[in-house]
Design a protein around this ligand. Sequence first.
Ligand SMILES: [Cu+2]
Length: 168
Amino acid sequence: MSAMRPFPAVPLLAALLAPALARAAAPVYVHMNGGNYFLEPVVAVRPGQPVVFVNQDTGAHTIAGYNPLTGALSRRFEATLAGTKGPGHKLATYTVSFAKAGFKPYLCTVHARLASTFGGAVQPVKRAGTHGFKGPMAGLIVVTTDPALLADNPPTAAEKIVPGFFGG
Ligand SMILES: [Cu+2]
């Protein structure tokens, strides 16, 4: 009967948990370029896990969180990301995280706008005159602890910079 018995297990437990904790802390990336869309329009993160928006476009984009039931824009989840001169040059990024599980929709207000739907609700639509891909420049962050959702992110969400994705 040694009172010291449990202690050797503590470093072992820490060693076992370290890779999982590192994974949990690794950011999830969302990229934009001259196609005026978000390359990963839906991503899942754990509460507290950072999402990093990376602008690989020569032009600027905004990130504007909104409430889809009211159309109210978020004051906490919003940023403007300047353009870049291209590969090897400075890239504007914006990091955000959320403490609680939930849906966090957002749009780029330069290339999309919120349109009324039913009873005060809104949805993003493409802004007139915006070139690039056909859909509105908008996305959704799912904050969750569900391992299936967390494992469902597109492969580029693990890369800070996507080679070959530069352009404006
Ligand atoms: Cu934009």
